[in-house]
Design a protein around this ligand. Sequence first.
Ligand code: G1P
Length: 246
Amino acid sequence: MAVVVAPNKEEIMRHFGEFSELQELMVARGKDTQAEKVARANGLIDAVAVTQDKPLGLGHAVGCAEEALDDDEDVVAVMLPDDLVLPAGVMEKMVAVREALGGSVLCAFNVTRDEVYNYGVFDVEDADADIDGVEVKRVRGMVEKPAVEDAPSTLVATGRYLLDRDIFKALGKIEPGKGGELQLTDAIELLIKSDHPVHVVVHRGPRHDLGNPGGFSKACVDFGLKDPEYGDSLRAYMTERLAQDS
Ligand code: G1P
């Protein structure tokens, strides 16, 4: 896994590091559960940092990750960590769609028309595919953060992309777009124009936007309420808190 980070933020990678002294200390004190939690991230995946020198846009950030790919890797999964798509597992469905139809696969969800200006918006048609339990559409076009009146639909991109390696060639050709940034959406639109198959898996479940304090708080409440250890006390607190005036 490559984590694209800003300069001087490489310490984020220490999350995946080894903390053997701390683990040993915890085990010696009988805190086995905590010791396991400290060890967990290190055993999950081999993570490397890729530094993006300047914040030139999502397209630029994804382009930086090409150096982390091996020569024989022909596809890359891009996951924006401020987007939670629940329940986990949508990427597996996207992989099944790529296996059946080739090309690149994204994840879409439906928003109200007045929300489209915050997202990459899809122009879609029905796909000629029957993949068990997966709602698939073919993408005819994609536009980044359009005005409400220009949006081709209300199906928008979440932060899950399964992109063919060809995306890096397209990223090399795009010019700064919306907000003066190099947009991943514009590179995907270029792929579509060159007849590269692009599909979306339509996600009908919950999704949290962690990129603002409001969305982050909702996600904490959602996860907290479901937590076997802390759920009951959070529910009791919230019930009491909501009964107060402010
Ligand atoms: C990015 C993408 C946008 C997508 C969104 C999903 O925008 O550019 O196409 O719909 O993520 O969260 P951002 O939220 O970084 O402005």
